[in-house]
Design a protein around this ligand. Sequence first.
Ligand SMILES: C[C@@](CO)(OP(=O)(O)O)[C@H](O)COP(=O)(O)OP(=O)(O)OC[C@H]1O[C@@H](n2ccc(N)nc2=O)[C@H](O)[C@@H]1O
Ligand SMILES: Nc1ncnc2c1ncn2[C@@H]1O[C@H](COP(=O)(O)OP(=O)(O)O)[C@@H](O)[C@H]1O
Length: 288
Amino acid sequence: MSTLNYINSFAPAKINLGLRILEKRKDGYHELRTLMAPISIGDKIEIELLPKGIEFETTGDFDVPKDSSNLALKAALLFLSHYKLKIGLRIKLTKIIPPGAGLGGGSSDAAAVLTSLKTLLSIEDSMDNLFRLAAQLGSDVPFFLFRKPALCTGRGEILNSVALPLPYPTQGLLIYPGFPVSTPWAYKTYAEFRQKGLISSSLTHEIDQPLNDLEEPVFSKYLWLPTVKNWLQNQFDPALCLMSGSGSSIFALFDKEDPLFMKKVIQHAQAHLGSDCWIRSFTILERF
Ligand SMILES: C[C@@](CO)(OP(=O)(O)O)[C@H](O)COP(=O)(O)OP(=O)(O)OC[C@H]1O[C@@H](n2ccc(N)nc2=O)[C@H](O)[C@@H]1O
Ligand SMILES: Nc1ncnc2c1ncn2[C@@H]1O[C@H](COP(=O)(O)OP(=O)(O)O)[C@@H](O)[C@H]1O
């Protein structure tokens, strides 16, 4: 057992630099090909060992569930039961990543809890087993244990290293419109659209094109999102502009590595898109 009794960690958001859906699988999930990258915006997770009992507290910019439906607490309970540990914990989550934004906040929190507990409790087990626990918590959770950009396949849990630097610039603007989009709803609507022959992009373009196949179903219901995307493209001519994951956030990447330019872009976007929009600049992390 280590002598540590407290650990704090950074749980970054991710963006999907393209998300292509290959097919619907027999288990209900969709077979994916998505390039994911961690970014410089993230939550904070603090864990303290206690003699007994589990205390869970959340604070920060956004409200998230305070019960065991919270992925951070769920990850801790799964870890303790998997390793048959009778220890108590105090977990404090500081929420900075907007929830339901396609930024993987819940998944990142879960991965941060798994790695923190492995360190804090000096568990010598292999990382493969931690990856297996991560995949039980959600398709995106293993990516956050990988801690660097990856081409994710399968249902998202199979991680393939990508050549760095990425074929895209690393400085970007992130816009969360102030409302969430449900991931299960987005995939369900995509499947319905595809069944009715309403999907235009899927499989008709090269699979490695930087497109997000979930944009079509999500944009058909949330009309503000294509408006924001078109506005960003017309105003700033970014190198890449996409919805992240199942939405609701939209990001743009810029060739210019100039803080003054980003400041102007943020001011301009804030003035035009209104105060409901949460607008931040970020950089892609090549490792965290
Ligand atoms: C869309 C993506 C893109 O990175 O991210 P988010 O927008 O959620 O951040 C992911 O595929 C989300 O991953 P994650 O949020 O971990 O999803 P899960 O909890 O595993 O699954 C939630 C639900 O989404 C659907 N789902 C998820 C992954 C997948 N490959 N196919 C699916 O059809 C299933 O209906 C599943 O029940
Ligand atoms: N730690 C957490 N952070 C954010 N959301 C969480 C968390 N735990 C559970 N949730 C639930 O998961 C939903 C999706 O959140 P999140 O993982 O941030 O979004 P996304 O799947 O769009 O990336 C939220 O609406 C919330 O109810």
